[in-house]
Design a protein around this ligand. Structure first.
Ligand SMILES: Nc1nc2c(ncn2[C@@H]2O[C@H](COP(=O)(O)OP(=O)(O)OP(=O)(O)O)[C@@H](O)[C@H]2O)c(=O)[nH]1
Ligand SMILES: [Mg+2]
Length: 244
């Protein structure tokens, strides 16, 4: 990986900049698979559109089965993560398809619409269903109270206190966001990515054969990084990144 990075840098400073820039886009130290969960129309696809393309559409197609999005994020200087999103359809009739994506996810955004009590009441069910299906693996979650722009219109049906109480019961952070205004969208996704990254460094999440929730370009470097965190005074500083 390091050689690849070096080659790419050399190319960037050399003649073929365009090719090198394209190549650089594919470089990552980690890949996290994140799944979007929640009832139909709570705004899962809109959140992803806002995060990955900075776009909001008043009229957006309902998801059929599962859609796929990608976004690159630097979780700390020099550590690049490819976030691979599975955008599941909230409609019950697609449940058998969407269930098959739970197992290979490491993170989940549990989304409800603050103007819909039923979407809030179904969150426990979504959480339980995913936890049940991923055993013995673990999914880390963030709870999102979505369409926060509607609060100004007096449409809010789920108070922050209630949502925070539920989040506390599930042991997950809570964020209120709006794909329409963009409020807290980046924060919600990046909070989840940081949770996964910290889980990986602490050993709460383990890389496992046959499980695609997390991929690491250089697993040995991850071991060194973990070791450097437990023995900060003895570990060499340049062992910090996955790719060395
Ligand atoms: N007011 C408001 N409306 C939103 C927001 N986000 C999405 N919507 C609207 O909510 C509707 C549903 O949005 P989607 O993103 O398709 O919802 P979804 O959860 O992906 O739905 P499924 O694909 O059926 O599971 C659309 O009409 C959106 O324009 C928001 O932040 N504020
Ligand atoms: Mg959708």
């Amino acid at each position: 990986m390091w050689t690849l990075l070096k080659t790419c840098r050399e190319k960037i400073y050399g003649v073929n900049c365009l090719e090198a820039a394209k190549m650089d886009l594919t470089l990552w130290q980690y890949q996290f698979r994140i799944i979007m969960l929640g009832d139909s129309t709570v705004g899962k696809s809109s959140l992803l559109k806002r995060y990955t393309e900075d776009l909001f559409l008043d009229s957006i197609n309902q998801t059929v089965g599962v859609d796929f999005y990608v976004h690159f994020l630097e979780v700390e200087p020099g550590v690049r993560v490819k976030l691979q999103f599975w955008d599941t359809a909230g409609q019950e009739r697609f449940r058998s398809v969407t269930r098959s994506y739970y197992r290979n996810s490491v993170g989940g955004l549990l989304v409800f619409d603050i103007t819909s009590r039923s979407s809030f009441e179904h969150i426990k069910g979504w959480h339980a269903e995913v936890c049940e299906h991923v055993k013995p693996h673990k999914v880390l979650f963030v709870l999102v109270g979505h369409k926060s722009d509607q609060e100004a219109n007096g449409e809010k049906m789920v108070s922050r206190e209630e949502a925070e109480k539920l989040a506390g019961q599930l042991g997950v952070p809570y964020v209120e966001a709006s794909a329409k205004t963009g409020q807290n969208v980046k924060q919600a996704f990046e909070l989840l990515a940081q949770r996964v990254y910290q889980g990986l460094l602490s050993g709460e999440i383990e890389l496992q054969e046959g499980w695609d929730g997390v991929k690491c370009a250089a697993p040995q470097a991850l071991q060194l990084h973990r070791a450097s965190l437990t023995q900060p005074s003895t570990a060499p500083k340049n062992n910090k990144k996955c790719c060395g």
